[in-house]
Ligand binder design. Structure first.
Ligand code: SAH
Ligand code: SF4
Ligand code: F3S
Length: 437
């Protein structure tokens, strides 16, 4: 009988990519994927530890498996990703029905672990942060019908921002060899992929540790010459590592999409210093100005944290004045959350939950207005859309994204999936644009 597997994924693009990789491996082994946890023989939960809330969500989900496992003792249950790395074998103790705990650097060997569990009914935890990765292209099948894909170019992070758990759970930063990345990109294109997003915690510090190897901009240039690869994106970049060369790439490379996600975290120099971010507000604004003068239509998005320890009302006002000054197309904003092992745990000036919520609401409300304004500014423009498939509402509706990564919905009687089309923007909404072919 074919074994069915189900993967529940929390967290960022790195986790999504790891889950895709696992799906790919298991499909190749003859397993089939299911959306239903009730039908699955193998359930894997890919977890995120970046904030306490994310972690709680994962733990709650793991808790739900208890009854399922009682009904189906032959089932295999595993926790992978960042909470697995953080809590380790402790999870096996806390949840006696778990079979597998696997850190994010160990997913490449998933088939071996599953084999061991099946054959020997052993409970396994593997949290080796030194494991190297394997490229996607050795496996077939998962990309069927897709038009865009992630491509991992590095793993881990060495920045140790004082609030962040990522360096602890994803280990030291390593860059994948550029030849493998290029081969993988060519493979993806051969499978019908038109848009690739290069991913890593810190893509713009690609190969910084080895000056003899291609820089991030060098890698972009090589990818840009691949025939059939229409669009290249990347995420995430760190403001302290943006080079002049990279800014220049936005003016030079035909396939590089005019969008950059550049997390600023705070508009206050005091906070930026305490966060160990390695740049000032002025330096950040200078980067934005240079990006915009190189590529005037560039879409800029960011991340911000409110209620970091010691954040005064004045510091918080700096966040508001920064979003006012930069006018981001959108930001993801979060209440600061204590994470085990991080430096920020020891900082004085803790902000209460209610106050954090107040600051977050003010920031988000102002950003919502700016986002809407930005989307309205696109009304009347013609945008190139890569059509991804049917939209969420209406039968004849298709959806896709602009070069700047904004979602556009539009009507069409014919299915244009996988095509680049020109659409006239008729309305800018809060979370998307409405277009007309
Ligand atoms: N490497 C990426 C992703 C980091 S996690 C980057 O540097 O952008 C994504 C976002 O989560 C961060 O940009 C930050 O805004 C937020 N974040 C990280 N740790 C946090 C914490 N302890 N509390 C609240 N938000 C946090
Ligand atoms: Fe975390 Fe900072 Fe690394 Fe991003 S750059 S993953 S915020 S430590
Ligand atoms: Fe979360 Fe791990 Fe990504 S902590 S944000 S899933 S790197």
């Amino acid at each position: 009988m074919t074994q069915l597997f189900h993967i529940k994924t929390f967290g960022c693009q790195m986790n999504k990519h790891d889950s895709d990789f696992i799906s790919q491996v298991l499909l190749n082994k003859g397993y089939r994927q299911t959306d239903s946890i009730d039908d699955a023989h193998i359930i894997l939960i890919n977890t995120c530890a970046v904030r306490e809330k994310a972690e709680e969500k994962a733990l709650t989900f793991i808790g739900r498996l208890a009854t399922l496992k009682r009904k189906k003792p032959y089932m295999i249950t595993g926790v992978i990703g960042c909470v697995a790395q953080e809590k380790g074998a402790h999870l096996l103790k806390r949840f006696p029905y778990l079979d597998l705990v696997l850190g994010p650097r160990n997913v490449y060997h998933i088939d071996e672990f599953l084999y061991k569990i099946e054959k020997e009914r052993k409970r396994i935890s593997c949290l080796d942060l030194t494991c190297e990765f394997t490229s996607f292209s050795k496996y077939n099948g998962y990309l069927n019908g897709k038009v865009k894909s992630f491509l991992k170019i590095m793993e881990g992070c060495d920045n140790f921002c004082s609030y962040c758990i990522v360096p602890f759970v994803r280990g030291r930063e390593i860059s994948l060899p550029s030849e493998e990345i290029i081969d993988e990109a060519k493979y993806l294109v051969s499978q019908g992929i038109m848009e690739i997003t290069l991913i890593g915690q810190n893509v713009n510090s690609y190969n910084v540790k080895n000056k003899a190897l291609p820089t991030f901009s060098g890698l972009l240039k090589e990818l840009d010459s691949i025939a059939g690869l229409k669009r290249i994106r990347f995420t995430t970049s760190h403001p302290k590592d943006i080079s002049d060369e990279l800014i220049g790439s936005f003016g030079e490379l035909k396939g590089l999409c005019p969008h950059i996600h550049l997390p600023v975290q705070s508009g206050s120099d005091n906070m930026l210093r305490l966060m160990n971010r390695g740049y000032t507000r002025d330096k950040y604004i200078g980067l934005i100005e240079r990006l915009r003068s190189t590529r005037p239509d560039i879409i800029i998005t960011s991340d911000m944290i409110v209620g970091f320890p010691g954040e005064t009302e004045e510091d918080f006002e700096c966040n508001l004045s920064l979003i006012e000054e930069v006018k981001f197309d959108n930001i993801f904003s979060f209440k600061y959350s204590d994470r085990p092992g991080t430096k920020a745990l020891q900082l004085p000036g803790r902000i209460g939950e209610k106050e954090k919520q107040r600051r977050l609401s003010i920031l988000q409300e102002r950003q919502r207005e700016i986002t809407l304004l930005k989307n309205k500014l696109l009304e009347g423009t013609i945008q190139e859309i890569l059509v991804e498939g049917p939209g969420k509402i209406g039968d004849d509706q298709l959806t896709g994204r602009t070069l700047g990564n904004k979602v556009v919905n539009f009507s069409s009687k014919i299915n244009l999936k996988g095509q680049l089309v020109k659409v006239n923007i008729i309305k800018g909404l809060q979370n998307s644009l409405l277009g007309e072919l």
